[in-house]
Write a protein that binds this ligand. Structure first.
Ligand code: MG
Length: 163
């Protein structure tokens, strides 16, 4: 069993679409960044990579590489999942906290959890999502994500161990 933790933050910018957890949300601003700025997928990706002590998202997909400009963050998540699988683990569950002043996440929570679960290959019951406003943090123009993930040895690996 392994535990991983990931954190990310991005700044809101006008004129770009908002994507959180692989879901496009209607809002007047999006999250800036070299890729599509999906703060939640980035934190999940880093939690997965951290759980297996792999290099982090910035090392695997450097912002200095033009290849990742505007990239769909699902690409980063899939690479992390591939490495998790190669290391002999499956995703058990994920728990995330999003911190942002707007838009309200509540109405989109089910869609985000469903999409994240689909990407991770787990049931939506295995994806926790809380949204908080940045009370007292003076972070009205940013979105933050904290994520923990639990990995379990895949059944084939468990069998191998016994042999
Ligand atoms: Mg990021």
């Amino acid at each position: 069993m392994r535990i991983g933790y990931g954190f990310d933050s991005h700044e809101f910018r006008s004129g770009i679409p908002l994507k959180i957890g692989g879901v496009a949300l209607h809002h007047d601003r999006g999250l800036g960044g070299h890729s599509d700025g999906d703060v939640l997928l980035h934190a999940i990706t880093d939690a997965l990579l951290g759980a297996i002590a792999a290099p982090d998202i910035g090392a695997l997909f450097p912002p200095s590489d033009a290849k990742w400009k505007g990239a769909d963050s699902v690409i980063f998540l899939r690479e992390a999942l591939k490495r998790v699988s190669e290391a002999g683990y499956n995703v058990g569950n994920v728990d995330a906290s999003l911190i942002l002043s707007a838009p309200k996440i509540g109405p989109h929570s089910a869609a985000i959890r469903t999409r994240v679960a689909q990407l991770l290959g787990v049931h939506a019951d295995c994806v926790g999502l809380k949204a908080k406003t940045p009370e007292g943090l003076n972070l009205e123009n940013a979105a933050l994500a904290h994520v923990v993930v639990l990995l379990e040895k895949s059944p084939s690996q468990r069998k191998k161990r016994k042999e």
